[in-house]
Write a protein that binds this ligand. Structure first.
Ligand code: PNW
Length: 447
């Protein structure tokens, strides 16, 4: 039945691509099935006290076993594009050495299943699940990890090649740096500013090496890029101090990752600041920036929240906060970040690979899940996307985070981000109100 949600009367350009996203560790489960090796997230989630409620990704949404049904669901929703990630330790269980054919087969079946249903796959090579053996050998502090990543990337590209038209290397290097190495609430759980920015460089190097490693296996029409979470930064007041502090934060949040890819250099002001607490710079070898700046075909942007910065460099809250304590609901930030990328980095094709929020979703007695907040959030953010399109941004697609409820990292299963509700007792899938609404958005190509 057509959705009865109110509409804003906004149409999207013909051919606009509608999708949803997931990642391997968050949905697959089957942690020790068919030869998968452990990843740093298995180790981290099994460490007492790290994850809310002691949850782990051992079973998650059991997508590894239920993928065929999930593909039918994706088809029912009418999605054009489905973004998923490959588990590195399923494909290369020890992070180096022998490839696990059963692991690769899973992704071949997944990609074939998408094509059978007329859905375009979008693949992320790394969504944070470093093989545990590589973590124990130093993880992202060890330059070698970047080379091992490129080897693994080539294995996946050789196996899937042009069946996947869009390849993304690293998901949100910044979140690994900040949440994993600085604040310690993601794997590997470090609070080590010195290590964090060594890791930052090696993550960027891994991106560049992977771009180079997969190109020979891909045809000219197949596209490669990185997935960056960008945060628009605004001064909290008009003082010169607040403006300066905002520029500084923007370096750490955005320019540190955008500049090396698109300008072939790290922002000098940010490097100078990092120099006070991390030997990042001495880990940058001759030629590294050329590798990191290997040409990409598109930029994948993930937008969740803005930052407001005071003259003393603190960030303050200006808008309603969602169930995720770090997220302010500010749709205009979406327009701003898209326009800013176009202005500062050129007219490169853009895709939005994540946007969404957690809601306290419950099933009511009639079995339905009424996530009215998600409908409102997505509608207002899509209006902001529409505004950016009208202002000439070359944006081709939008993916909701997430297709289904999943293991939300250190928040475990407590935060539900999906269009589709998962009953973790029965593994039943239920389309939420937002899923029905999104179906009609796709069907009408408008909001
Ligand atoms: C993203 N922040 O992470 C990830 O790509 C997903 O795996 C995750 O489930 C989703 O967003 C929701 O958290 C982020 O602090 C983590 O701004 C933190 C931030 C942004 C994105």
């Amino acid at each position: 039945p057509p959705s009865r949600e109110p509409t804003l009367g906004l149409r999207f350009p013909e051919g606009f691509v509608w999708g949803a996203a997931t990642s391997a560790y968050q949905i697959e489960g089957a942690a020790a099935v068919d030869g998968r090796g452990p990843s740093v997230w298995d180790w981290f989630s099994h460490t007492p006290g790290k994850i809310r409620g002691g949850d782990t990704g051992d079973v998650a949404a059991d997508h590894y076993h239920r993928y065929a049904d999930d593909l039918d669901l994706i088809k029912d929703l009418g999605l054009h594009s489905y973004r998923f990630s490959v588990s590195w330790s399923r494909v290369v269980p020890n992070g180096r050495g022998p490839v696990n054919p059963k692991g690769l087969d899973f992704y071949k079946r997944l990609v074939d299943g998408l094509h059978d249903r007329g859905i375009t796959p979008m693949l992320t090579l790394y969504h944070w699940d470093t093989p545990q053996t590589l973590h124990e050998a130093g993880g992202w502090e060890n330059r070698d990890t970047a080379y091992r990543f490129a080897e693994y990337a080539a294995v996946v590209a050789e196996a899937l090649g042009d069946a996947v038209p869009t390849w993304l290397t690293i998901n949100e290097p910044k979140t690994v740096v900040q949440n994993g190495y600085l604040m310690g609430h993601h794997a590997p759980g470090f609070e080590d500013p010195s290590a964090a920015y060594i890791a930052a460089h090696h993550l960027m190097l891994a991106h560049g090496l992977a771009v180079q490693a997969i190109r020979p296996h891909l045809g000219p029409a197949t596209r490669v890029g990185a997935a960056l979470n960008l945060h628009p930064c605004y001064p909290a007041d008009a003082s010169t101090e607040a403006i300066a502090a905002t520029h500084e934060l923007d370096g750490f949040e955005n320019r540190l990752y955008l500049d090396p890819i698109f300008r072939g250099s790290y922002p000098q002001d940010t490097l100078d600041a990092i120099d006070q607490f991390s030997p990042m710079v001495s880990n940058i070898k001759d030629g590294d920036l050329k590798v990191i700046a290997s040409p990409v075909d598109l930029l994948a942007i993930q937008y969740y929240t803005p930052y407001y910065v005071t003259g003393t460099g603190e960030t303050i809250v200006r808008h309603p906060v969602t169930m995720a304590s770090w997220q302010q609901n500010y749709p205009q930030g979406m327009t701003d970040i898209l326009l800013r990328v176009k202005k500062d980095y050129g007219d490169i094709p853009l895709t939005i690979t994540e946007n969404g929020l957690p809601c306290p979703d419950r099933r009511s007695d009639d079995g339905a899940v009424d996530d009215a907040n998600r409908v409102e959030f997505l509608r207002s953010h899509l209006a902001a996307v529409h505004s950016a399109l009208e202002q000439g941004v070359k944006l081709e697609s939008f993916h909701v985070w997430s297709l289904m409820d999943n293991f939300e990292w250190n928040s475990g299963y407590d935060e539900r981000w999906g269009l589709v509700f998962i009953d973790y007792e029965t593994q039943e899938r239920v389309l939420k109100r937002s899923a029905h609404w999104y179906q009609s958005v796709i069907a009408t190509n408008g909001i």
